[in-house]
Design a protein around this ligand. Sequence first.
Ligand code: HEC
Length: 238
Amino acid sequence: MRTKMFWVLGAAVVMVAVVSAACTGAVGPQGAAGTQGVAGAKGDTGPQGSAGLQGPVGLTGATGAQGPAGERGPAGPQGLQGPAVAPGPTLANVQKAITDTLSTYNKSLPLWAIQPGTATVMRQFTESFNLMWFAAQGGNWDFAGFELYRVGEQAKIIRVTRPARTALLDNWATPNVAALSEAIKAKDKAAFEQAYDNAVAGCNFCHAGSEGGGFPMEAIKITRPTAPIYSNINFNYP
Ligand code: HEC
């Protein structure tokens, strides 16, 4: 009887152990790794893939791998061509414009309007012809030559500021300046006086056919001078 009781007790202990083992249960398997993230949208750089899903049971699943970078998007459309713009002036154009403006008399421009005209040059001619005469009388041929050179320089003004008078002026200057120049170089007083008288006749010839400011220039008669225009010059040489 005692033995039987002991057996029953032992069997009960085993049963408790079995039942308790069955109730405890094993730890569940680790959750599966998350699925790989979705590839980034097509663009310069794909967005990061989304995280993997959590494992259904047990431990948290591993984070999903980053999605592959998206492909580089196609190049944007080419910009429209800007409106046509006329080319700007070149340095050569600007230099030409300046040269043209400075080379062509234009009385509407103040700088041109104040340049000497015919009358100013005529006064200078009169002065140079006066000095030239007394220099030649004093045998001062360098002085006479210098005054003839001055006439040529003064004539340049008319060529620029009064081009319409240039042809008539050259008709006078070409033969007369040449004759005076030869006589002066030769230091030939008689030849000089002859050339001088011819040149003065030429002054008057041109005046006879000219007008100035509405007045007939025939009224202006040039002669040999009787006195130096300046009293403070010694015309003798040296
Ligand atoms: C190409 C023709 C021509 C020749 C050559 C010429 N003259 Fe005249 N002269 C004129 C004209 C035109 C005027 C009037 C100018 C004006 O209206 O601005 C003038 C005016 C003058 C005047 C008046 C200037 C004033 O301001 O009162 C004098 C003086 C003069 N001439 C002297 C001379 C002398 C001297 C010579 C020769 C050495 C000479 N001229 C040769 C055309 C000429």
